[in-house]
Design a protein around this ligand. Structure first.
Ligand SMILES: [Mg+2]
Length: 116
């Protein structure tokens, strides 16, 4: 199973990749913004994306990506605000993780979304 990790922070991507590795997920593609994510999302099975990024933010990416794919998308955000989460869900996000997160939370999202 291939996972796409989208975040403009290299440190945050590293933290996410480490969490995924702990769960045995080693096929990982990284992108630094929504534009890169669109280019690299071809054959991935699930996406974890940041919200605030330069070039193309996470919400715009989700809206674009949803025009052609139904694979699970998890929004990883610092804002746990209900309004933001609702907006993301309406745009096609399946679930969300609030930063900072424990590896088990990230892995749990994969479990629940892939099994569905
Ligand atoms: Mg960011």
């Amino acid at each position: 199973m291939k996972v796409l990790v989208v975040d403009d922070s290299a440190v945050m991507r590293k933290i996410l990749v480490k969490a995924l590795n702990e769960g045995g997920h080693t096929e990982i593609v990284e992108a630094g913004n929504g534009q890169e994510a669109l280019e690299r999302s071809g054959d991935v099975d699930i996406i974890f994306t940041d919200w605030n990024m330069p070039v193309m933010d996470g919400l715009t990416f989700v809206k674009e990506f949803r025009k052609s794919s139904k694979i699970p998308i998890v929004m990883v955000t610092t804002e746990g605000g209900q309004k933001e989460v609702l907006e993301a869900m309406k745009s096609g996000v399946n679930d969300y993780v609030v930063k900072p997160f424990k590896p088990t939370v990230v892995l749990g999202k994969i479990e629940s979304l892939i099994k569905k």
